[in-house]
Design a binder for this molecule. Structure first.
Ligand code: MN
Length: 233
């Protein structure tokens, strides 16, 4: 089991769960050199194999491009690795259920124990604060750094009218958080509809948020997800 094999599995797992589709990406910090990271060449994540993985420096320049096309938004990854030394894995996605929370004044809140990390706060990145009339893509180091600043020390941030970014200390946790962020958004929207305007919703308390983190290494699920993801090679 290698780190790059885990990265291939992560691509397929996130696609299988509808967190990424033809777009979106996942990266991992290089084990040997913390100033580099691995991410696939520009390719639909479900098709990624180990041969498609490319190494980048933290300014998101390729180490050995060999003519391969690169993701336009790879700067998201490089700029977050610069500001978060404890983060070793990053996901950028267009996870559908989170979008409403990026375009309204409704904050994401933790609805259940699998997504307790939501309780640490989910900031929203407003790209217009950095540049107006963009295509919403984080396509250079300047926008990447602005996004990293909005993310701050949190596990995830929404990107208004675009998607989300999720970070963690390793691949299993970043995959688990990405899946359960989408799930939390869906369930929270359902609860808000069910409760109606002004209706009360019981979210996790701060104490429950902290206590539930123990269960959120997603290790048991990761073993299953990984096996299923790699069996599709
Ligand atoms: Mn995107």
């Amino acid at each position: 089991m290698s780190l790059l094999e885990d990265l291939v599995a992560a691509n397929r797992i996130l696609a299988e769960h509808g967190v990424i589709d033809g777009y979106g990406h996942v990266s991992v910090r290089c084990e040997k050199n913390p100033n580099r990271y691995w991410i696939a060449r520009s390719l639909a994540p479900e098709l990624v194999t180990e041969a498609d993985l490319m190494e980048f420096d933290l300014d998101s320049n390729p180490i050995d491009q060999r003519g391969r096309p690169m993701y336009t938004e790879r700067y998201i990854h490089g700029e977050i690795y610069k500001t978060r030394p404890e983060v070793n894995a990053v996901v950028h996605n267009h996870s559908p259920s989170v979008i409403p929370f990026g375009i309204t004044q409704q904050p994401m809140r933790p609805v259940y124990h699998m997504s307790g990390f939501v309780g640490f706060g989910v900031p929203v990145f407003e790209i217009r604060d950095s540049r107006t009339d963009t295509d919403l893509l984080v396509s250079d180091t300047y926008l990447g750094a602005a996004l990293a600043k909005t993310l701050g020390n949190k596990p995830c941030a929404l990107m208004r009218g675009h998607g989300a970014v999720v970070v963690a200390e390793n691949i299993p946790v970043v995959v688990g958080r990405s899946i359960y962020l989408e799930m939390n958004a869906r369930l929270q929207s359902q609860a808000m509809t069910l409760a109606g305007p002004g209706g009360e919703i019981t979210y996790l308390s701060d104490g429950e948020v902290k206590a539930s983190l123990v269960r959120q290494d997603y290790q048991r699920s990761w073993q299953l997800w990984r096996a299923k993801g790699l069996s599709k090679v």
